[in-house]
Design a protein around this ligand. Structure first.
Ligand code: S3P
Length: 169
């Protein structure tokens, strides 16, 4: 296993960061943390409520603060939110305190995996396809900037993806 203090998973919604991250943590005997759940625990409100009350900017500030605290720890597998890479300080800290894996997924597979999800505020509108395409265009260079390794989850269920990825780490 790579010697970095933490394993950090980045990538878009529906890439499998949480489902694969949990399994990787189990395999390596590390603790798993989903950054969105950590933000909710620290705030006492759901991601949707934070977006509603404080806007995306408020959520991003909470996201950066939660990641900063998490990355001070060691031995974690951290599933970050899809937009965590937007913050330059977070990108720097991920690289300084983690081995960063970019989980990749096609637009078609994202739409399929997220079809029944109603919890993500950025997907609340009608045209999910357009939103996801736009986010991908904006964020692709940021994922590339932070990633130590890219891994395509498109054709894999989480157990297979975790097994294959574990062999690369
Ligand atoms: C977001 C992704 C979500 C969550 C929030 C915003 C984004 O996390 O942080 O809804 O900006 O892409 P997941 O990537 O875990 O779905």
């Amino acid at each position: 296993m790579n010697p970095a203090p933490n394993l950090v998973l980045v990538g878009p919604m529906g890439a499998g960061k949480s489902s694969i991250g949990k399994r990787l943590a189990g395999r390596f005997g590390l603790a798993f943390v989903d950054a969105d759940r950590e933000i909710e625990a620290r705030t006492g409100a759901s991601v949707a409520t934070i977006f509603e009350c404080e806007g995306e900017a408020g959520f991003r500030a909470r996201e950066a603060a939660a990641l900063e605290a998490l990355l001070q720890r060691e031995g974690l597998v951290v599933a970050t939110g899809g937009g965590a890479v937007l913050d330059p300080g977070s990108r720097e800290r991920m690289r300084a305190r983690g081995f960063v894996v970019h989980l990749q997924v096609s637009l078609a597979r994202q739409l399929e995996r997220l079809a029944r999800d109603r919890s993500r505020p950025l997907l609340a509108g009608d045209d999910r396809e357009q939103v996801l395409r736009r986010l991908s265009e904006l964020r692709a260079p940021l994922y590339a900037e932070v990633a130590d390794l890219c891994f395509d989850t498109d054709a894999l269920f989480p157990p297979q993806a975790a097994a294959q990825l574990a062999r690369l780490l």
